[in-house]
Write a protein that binds this ligand. Structure first.
Ligand code: ADP
Ligand code: MG
Length: 461
């Protein structure tokens, strides 16, 4: 009966709570809801498959104890796993206790492993500070929100703070500036910065080394978590899952979260809806291309920082010509300065014209990569035919080539997962998602594979 299950579970929780830390309890047990109790089986609902796996891996013994105490030796536990936030429910997954022999001893089950050493998540690039971030209408909102968050992490309504915009517009700069600011003014606060790519690698590594606990704990204990370039988590379901839990945990404990991405949340493809919907809780601030005046100010700042002066007509000229993003602008300034010092010429508009010609020329050869071309490259690299690549065949070498081709398609074209699937013999997007996973994994675990991938990547670029 319904109420029975609630009462039994409440008593289980009482016991569980007495055995573990408050933080662990809140993260892994508070979200569980009792659903049913009949024939000695207590069914509890957990938010995800991942959650279920985590409980089984880390808290099996504890759960077993709790259930035994409340229901008796014959007591069993079943999990109902929520597939998504909608109404779809998986058929309850019945797990007999004890599930696997000797899986968890009371000691190793509860003690926390060492946090991961060898990581730089608490370090910031000292050059990325608010003081040298030129303000313009392009970044005003983002900058002031970031400054507010740096003053009172977790205490403003900008939680999470999501900064988005195209490449080279200052997302990383602002995100790191928050970290640097807090380091200087609120030094007791723990701020972690991690790119999504690194986060994924760490996660896979932790899985491999069986140190998931160390991996998660390092993030659960911070006062602020900055995740840069969230678009890299696209299609990486497991990584999103763990980030989602870290996110929820931190948010519930009023810790600050800052996320950057290359487009607004609604346009982020391959990210779970429930994660995206969390972003609406806070503030989304976009970064735009700086306007002419801001570009001029940026150039002045950069050359001044290098101890150089540019004539102002030159500054205007460069600001006019380079109107894409700040990274590009910096690149041009660096080339200009390098050219001038190597050729011992004056830095003037004539030189700028030469330098820009090179850069524009380079850009023109950089035609957009098409899916067809990519498929051809991959096929010839792995010595399979184009037909085979698009066929239904499950032959090992062909599957591998196909997966790599899909991965490169995702990386180098703007096609959706659905479109990519269609190009590969009418497969659906889940096949593509799977391929992305497989390749991501192989890239981390198999050096030879990674080498081959890199050389293929070079040819495509
Ligand atoms: P993103 O992460 O959005 O791709 P970055 O933060 O890496 O961009 O910025 C690219 C470069 O441009 C960095 O060197 C950064 O310091 C510089 N930059 C971006 N915006 C500004 C700005 N408003 N003022 C000064 N430098 C900037
Ligand atoms: Mg960046």
């Amino acid at each position: 009966m319904h109420t029975d299950s609630k009462i039994i579970w409440a008593r289980c929780l009482l016991y569980i709570r007495s055995q573990i830390s408050e933080q662990t309890y809140n993260t892994w047990f508070a979200p569980i809801v009792a659903k049913d109790f009949r024939d000695g089986i207590l069914t509890i609902e957990v938010p995800s498959q991942f959650f279920y796996e985590w409980l089984e891996e880390h808290y099996l013994y504890l759960l077993k104890q709790a259930v035994r105490q409340e229901i008796g030796e014959q007591g069993k536990l079943a999990y109902a796993v929520i597939i998504d936030q909608g109404t779809k429910r998986q058929k309850p997954l019945v797990v007999n206790l004890p599930a696997y022999p000797g899986a968890v001893s009371s000691k190793t089950g509860f003690s926390q492993k060492e946090p991961l050493s060898d990581n730089h998540i608490f370090q910031f690039n000292p050059n990325y500070i608010f003081d040298n971030l030129v303000e313009g209408s392009c970044n005003q909102l983002a900058k002031s929100a970031a400054q507010a968050v740096a003053k009172q992490p977790g205490k403003t309504s900008f939680n999470p703070l999501m900064l988005y915009g195209g490449v080279g517009l200052g997302k990383t700069h602002i995100a790191q500036a928050i970290g640097n600011e807090i380091r200087n003014t609120l030094s007791d606060k723990k701020v972690a910065y991690i790119s999504s790519e690194k986060f994924t690698t760490q996660f896979i590594e932790a899985l491999r080394k069986n140190n998931m606990q160390g991996f998660t704990e390092q993030y659960l204990q911070v006062d602020m978590l900055i995740l840069d370039d969230i678009q890299f988590l696209a299609g990486k379901e497991k990584t999103q899952e763990i980030f989602f839990h870290i996110f929820n945990h931190l948010h519930q404990s009023n810790k600050q979260i800052v996320i950057t991405g290359d487009c607004p949340p609604r346009a982020l493809k391959g990210l779970q809806e429930r994660l995206l919907s969390r972003f609406k809780w806070g503030l989304m601030a976009d970064l735009q291309c700086p306007d002419f005046e801001t570009r001029v100010a940026i150039i002045r700042n950069k050359v001044a920082a290098d101890g150089i002066t540019f004539p102002s007509d030159l500054i205007d000229y460069v600001a006019q010509q380079v109107n894409t993003n700040v990274r590009e602008l910096e690149g041009v300034l660096i080339s200009l300065i390098a050219h001038a010092s190597l050729t011992k010429k004056d830095i003037n508009i004539g030189l700028a014209q030469q330098v820009l010609k090179h850069i524009v020329g380079r850009q023109q050869t950089n035609v957009e990569i098409s899916l067809e071309m990519l498929q051809q490259e991959v096929a010839s690299h792995y010595k399979v035919s184009l037909e085979e690549l698009k066929s239904k065949t499950r032959k090992k070498e062909i599957v591998m080539a196909r997966q790599v081709a899909m991965h490169l398609s995702k990386k180098y074209t703007h096609h959706s997962l659905k479109a990519i699937g269609a190009y590969f013999g009418g497969r659906d997007h889940t096949t593509v998602v799977h391929a992305l996973h497989v390749v991501d994994n192989c890239l981390v675990t198999d050096a030879l594979y990674a080498q081959q991938y890199a050389s293929l990547e070079d040819r495509i670029k």
